[in-house]
Ligand binder design. Sequence first.
Ligand SMILES: [Zn+2]
Length: 279
Amino acid sequence: MIIRVRQVAAACALGAALTACGAPTAPHAAHPAPTATAAPSRPPTLAPGPTGLTPVFRNGPRTDGRTVALTFDADMTADEGARAARGERFDNPQLIATLRALKVPATVFMTGRWADEYPLQARSIGRDPLFEIANHSYSHHAFTGDCYGLPTVSEDRMRADVERAYAAFRRAGVTDAMPYFRFPGGCYDRAALKALTPTGVTAVQWDVVSGDAFATDSDAVARQVLEGVRPGSVVVMHCTRSAAPATERAVRSIVPELRAKGYRFVKVSELIRAADAQR
Ligand SMILES: [Zn+2]
């Protein structure tokens, strides 16, 4: 398990950019945003950990029905603008279109740099009630030392990096990004959890690694997910054409197979709400 996590995180770091999810703007019309009159509800979060540390969420209840959350990291590191300018695609509009076509709710952990690169897609994803956008840092730099070669954010800059991502989302037109944060590379320690306490985020890890980073065999990715999912699972995947080219195909086989087993796809917020209710 740890090895698998390390593999994905390493791939994430390497590509520098595993990257990103994108969505064309047109399909948005089919999923109108909630009306302005809808009662605003506060997103569920976990209570802070001991001594007020940022809480860490890994999976939902195992005994609350067959729910599963697919999560997609929209990676783009702060220095990858030149690669994007040369034509490398850190987005994956086809993946988002497939999730829409299959009506699969999903949580997108987006870097602020990605939202700056693809503001229309960020806005389209953020305004689609099928999805929720959560924070994957602005820079995609590591929040601990020794995190698969990623450059490191200093402790006194961690909070600002998270807040800078939320600012990027707002610039793109996403005003209701969730108070959930996924550490780049999944790397965190007590100091990082402490540094983020003032932001009020719940850190979100995962219990199922899809292995989609740089994978070309979509069947292998699908198999790994199908073997790993249990009730309440959080699956980590990526939506990046350049760094996770098999993901969209894998999703097309994962979704019907899990539905046939009785699973219902939910967003991370629903699992966190269920976990909080069981406390
Ligand atoms: Zn990442």
